[in-house]
Design a protein around this ligand. Sequence first.
Ligand code: ZN
Ligand code: ZN
Length: 162
Amino acid sequence: MPSSVADHRLRASDERSSPSKATPLTGIHEGGCVCGATRYRTVGDPKRVSACSCRWCQKRTGSALGVSVYFEKHDVVFTRGNPRLYRIRSDAGRSIQTQFCSDCGTTVGWTLEFLPDYQGIAGGTFDPPTFWFRPERFVFARSKPDWLAIAQDIEMCQAMPD
Ligand SMILES: [Zn+2]
Ligand SMILES: [Zn+2]
């Protein structure tokens, strides 16, 4: 191949990845379930991050809150395993389909009826440094236990804001 053609291709691909987007793809992160049979990889920064004390998050985690990290669907790939699906109805009355490891039961992610282009990842399942993102808001604070204090800069919402 003449080198001028190769040079031209190089320049064209540089232009595609140059800074027209507000949020560039900054990195690859991986995570997975407790037993390791289900693994995923994410690309770039999440589109939305929230902490949530809805009853579903409390039930699925057995804890006081869940950490929901949302990516665009095409920025998440399941690299190992084939998560099982389970559909529930959220505290806001919408459908959530969870993705969990059929071996160990860890919920690693979910999809939401009202955000069909997004893939939710259970924040605590990322490999270290696990909490490389920061929630911008805390939703369903109405069911948060009163002994749990949240940082001042995180917006508190009693339910799910519109
Ligand atoms: Zn597992
Ligand atoms: Zn929740």
